[in-house]
Design a protein around this ligand. Structure first.
Ligand code: ATP
Length: 337
């Protein structure tokens, strides 16, 4: 439905986007995830036609739309700030999205408000709505002209944490119900994992990895993707042998089995594993606990294993201290940058 090929965009000396190619399938929710300034918004603005790329093409439903003006692209936009007209009612704000449309606008406005869970709110003014409700109005307005793709730029980031969680679930359900194709910009990894069908991790204007959430979390291809998507242990080591898709990685004299990834025998790699992949209590390895954070249902421990830092999770009554024994249940060899 949407494809960008070899996009590059510079602002003076800053390369905001560099040779980026990406495709979003019909009905798919793709999250563009990355730290502030990595170029996410610029990609979105280029797809919307609000910014011209220095190089590369934008294809919409298979047609080259690079030179098309924004209004011809049939994209809906939702931003962090709701940008509602304060003097217009909710109904009139949504109807604004229908200004080029014929037919029964009143009925369509009602349908859209129903869709976003705001039936009966037509006559209210934006200031009489909560922040979450205002964002739903903005969503209804963006969906009003039946865009072929919805572009969302940090749409939930102005809301408090609890509301953000609630709304992202609702938003995903709604997009799936109407089969909308969506490109969703966020710097919040949890939001990207929860909401998207696939996540595209960006770094310094480039794509680092594109994959479904679980694959990205379990099989990041780079140390950046591994640590941006959650807590990661990354220990330098060397692949001493491989067997099919398995490898033995030597770290500080210990031989630790791992998924091979793209590593070859003899490679210097990083042994990657998540805290929850560590079995604490018994096992061949020992580490010294440095600190413990209580998370309610478990402890997050920071420990030291032969000069390497280790983060693990445990369930204990009392604050853990001293040394711990552990084994690594699951690990993966990841190439250095
Ligand atoms: P954020 O999450 O903070 O919005 P982002 O990943 O969306 O970040 P962009 O807004 O795309 O990043 O910006 C990418 C880079 O391009 C940044 O270094 C930014 O300062 C720069 N940039 C973006 N727009 C412009 C502009 N109009 N003029 C000059 N520089 C710009």
């Amino acid at each position: 439905m949407v494809e960008v090929r070899g996009l590059t965009k510079r602002f003076g000396p800053v390369v905001a986007v560099e040779d980026l190619s990406l495709a979003v399938a019909e009905g798919e929710i793709l999250a563009l995830l990355g730290p502030s300034g990595c170029g996410k918004t610029t990609v979105l603005r280029i797809v919307a036609g609000l910014e011209r790329p220095d190089a590369g093409r934008v294809l919409l439903a298979g047609r080259d739309a690079t030179e098309w003006p924004p209004e011809k692209r049939e994209v809906g936009l939702v931003f962090q700030s709701y940008a509602l007209f304060p003097h217009l009612t909710v109904g009139a704000n949504v109807a604004y999205g229908l200004r080029f449309r014929r037919g029964d606008r009143k009925r369509r406005v009602r349908e859209l408000l129903d869709l976003v869970g705001l039936a009966g709110y037509e006559r209210r003014k934006p200031h009489q709505l909560s922040a979450g409700q205002q964002q739903r109005v903005a969503l209804a307005r963006a969906l009003a002209p039946e865009p072929r793709i919805l572009l969302l730029d940090e749409p939930l980031s102005a809301l408090d944490a609890a509301l953000r969680k609630e709304l992202r679930g609702e938003l995903r359900a709604l997009l799936k119900r109407i089969g909308m194709t969506a490109l969703y910009v966020t710097h919040d990894q949890e939001e990207a994992l929860a909401l998207a069908d696939r996540v595209a991790v960006m770094r310094d204007g480039r794509l680092e990895q594109v994959a479904p959430p679980a694959e990205l979390y379990q099989r990041p291809r780079t140390p950046f993707a591994a640590s941006f998507l959650g807590r990661a242990n990354l220990w330098p080591g060397r692949v001493v042998s491989v067997d099919g898709d398995r490898a033995i990685v030597e770290v500080a004299g210990e031989r630790i089995p791992a998924e091979r990834g793209e590593a070859l025998e003899g490679d210097e790699v990083l042994l990657f594993f998540r805290p929850e992949w560590v079995e604490v209590g018994e096992g061949p390895l020992a580490a010294e606990i440095e600190s413990a954070d209580y998370l309610g249902d478990r402890w997050e421990l920071r420990a030291r294993f032969r000069g390497r830092s280790l983060v693990v999770l445990t369930q204990e009554e009392r604050r853990p201290a001293g040394s711990l024994r552990f084994s690594i249940r699951l690990a993966r060899a990841v190439q250095h940058d």
